[in-house]
Each structure stands twice: as structure tokens, then as C-alpha cells.
Design a protein around this ligand. Sequence first.
Ligand SMILES: Cc1ncc(COP(=O)(O)O)c(C=O)c1O
Length: 388
Amino acid sequence: MQPAQRTHAFGESTIREMTRLAIQHNAINLSQGFPDFDPPAEIMDAAVAAIRSGANQYAITWGVPALRNKLAEHYRSTLGWDVDPDVHVTVVCGVTEGIAAAFTAVLEPGDEIIVLEPAHENFYPTAIMTGAKPVAVPLQAPAYRFDPERVEAAITPRTRAFLLNTPHNPTGRVFDEGEVQAVIDLVLKHNLILITDEIYDRILYDGRVHKSPGGYEAVRDRTITIGGFGKTFAVTGWRLGHIIAPASVAQAVRKIHDYMTICAPTPMQHAAAAALNLPNSYYEQMTLDYHRRRDLMLGVLEEVGFQASLPEGAYYTMADYTGLDIPQAQWDSSRFARWLTTDVGVAAVPGTSFYTLDGYGVDSVRFAFPKKLETLRMAGERLAGMKK
Ligand SMILES: Cc1ncc(COP(=O)(O)O)c(C=O)c1O
């Protein structure tokens, strides 16, 4: 038996591999992006209550009404159009499924989709699995700014869509208004579909605000907005996300979601509806906590000698290690990250795994810091030991 040709075009996820390596070597896992602290008690209680009260069977394919109603209310204000929970909203099994459903809904085999690199590892294989061709355009370290000329040079007659992830994993960039406007100009000029991944929309630093690109009037009818719950509410294992799509493609999205997964987990959807009822103080406290984690992480890395990017949003930093005074600083990031995990006891992700483009990410690793402060301090002690 032979695996299908399409599976040869991508490897296994390095991020998930690093987690397995971290477990095997008892390393502090700063590789995969998930919290080591609990979600808010109210929403854990809501999940248990949903299970106890019988919400254990398939939900309506596009999501339980209470959750879709809350989402529609939220997006009516952030997107500025009349989002209808019965038409435009689909609850899916994580942003991962959201991306797959959106790609499958709008991309024809052979269509090209522009993806900025470094990028979350899933975009490339997902595009391949849908028969589309991902076209990578680099963001240049250390500023990682959007460069419209570079993108325009990559656009061909087959280009059909543009994927924008903001706040951005792994760089922590929150693309500013000028950059988002430049994306929109290109999308309009070349008649593209805009697909956004806004999973980190609530994790922002230094007073930044997230503005959904789909809220710009000129692209409202050509934007598919994808968001999640896993990061905002520390429930990455619940596998919940959502898609807000204009009527022209919403039904296609729903069909694809139906035949891929039937529905997202029912009790978790009830708990997610409860999460969207949390007061503003939840987000204020979360923002404070993430500032503490970011500042601790960045302080530790600076102290040890890494050159780490200061995140504007999300919970990652790309750290250049070539200035460290150790022989391993000369190694490429794949070897360096594995050594860091097995010998230093702190797992990180090689920079190269965020690129399909050659020669990028070779001298940096990504640290994820959605962790208790004590975890980050312990990681700091281990990293400091590296110099001895
Ligand atoms: C940019 C981005 N998109 C999507 C995902 C996956 O989201 P989910 O767990 O909701 O499938 C991640 C997870 O790290 C991510 O960083």
C-alpha cells in the first residue's frame, strides 16, 4: 500500500514533535503554544454542567444557537455588518479546521494562496491537502514588516487568495493599520479572497487594539474571518473555532464542515458560550498576566544573551541565539532546538519549521510563554546554566 502523492509534499509537524521530545526528556515545554494553567473556573463548570445536563450528542452542524448568537453579536460590532447567526457563523473544531474548511470552500485545485512566512506550520500542508498551491513570501527579521512589493511580485494569474494571520504566530507582530491597508489594496487590486486567522485577537500588549481586517468596508464581501477559543480561554484541547463568512460562501463552508466533522464538540460549545459571557475584567486580568509572562520571558532571554523579538500580540517570541557564547550558537536552528530540549531541558521550536523558504529561520528558535511565572523562572534557570 502506498500513501497518496499529496502526503509526500509535507512532513510531520515539528512543533508536535518537539512536544514529544520535551516529554521524553522531561524538558520544560516552551515549544508548542498551550498554557500550563487552568481555564477560568466558570467555564470549566459550564462544560461539566453541559455534560451533566445531557448536551452529549451531535450539535446542529453549524453550532449551538447560544454560541452562534454570541458570536454574531460580537462580530456585528467588530466587522460592522449584519452578521446573522443563522447564515454567516459556523462553529468548527479549532482554527485548524476553520482554515481547512475555508481553503476547501474557495480554492480550486491549482489555485495559489499567498502565505507570509514565518507562518504557523499548518497553513502549508492544509493548502496542499485541498489541492491548492501555497506561495510563501518572507517577512524580513528582525522587524517582520509586511512588504507589499514582495507580495505583489509573488502574485500570478493563478493567485486566488491571501492568508493574513494577525496577531501573528510566531513573530508576535500585530500588523498596523498601514500594513493592513496595504494588504487590502493588494487584495482589491488583484481580485483576491482574504482569509484571516485571528486566533490571538485578545492577546495584545502595550495598549494595542486588534482591528479585524474583514471590518474594512472595501473587503467585507471578500473576507473569511476565522477566530478561536483555545488561546483566549486557555482551552486548546477543547478544539473550538469559528468562521464568519459572507453569504456567498457561508453555505459552502458549512457543507464542508459538515462532511469533515459533522459538528464541533457539543458540551464545549455550551461552555464557550459561557466564556463569551465573561466580564471585561477577565480580559483585563488576562492582559495583565500576559504582560507579566512576556516581560519575564524577554528578561530571561536577554539576560542569557538571546536577541528576542518583543511581541506586540500573541504569546511567542522569535529569539536569535547566534550571539550566545557557546559553540552550539553556530548550529542551525533544527539542531540547536533539539539540543536545547535534550541537554538544557527547555524545549523550543526551530525557526526553520516556520518557513518553507530556504535559508530562513536558521539562527532563531521560537519560545512560547503561555506558562505560569514559576515555569518561566525555572526555564530561565536552566537557560542560564547553558553559559557555564
Ligand atoms: C496562528 C495559528 N492558527 C491556528 C492555530 C491552531 O488553532 P486551533 O488550536 O484552534 O486549531 C494556532 C495554534 O497555535 C496558531 O498559532
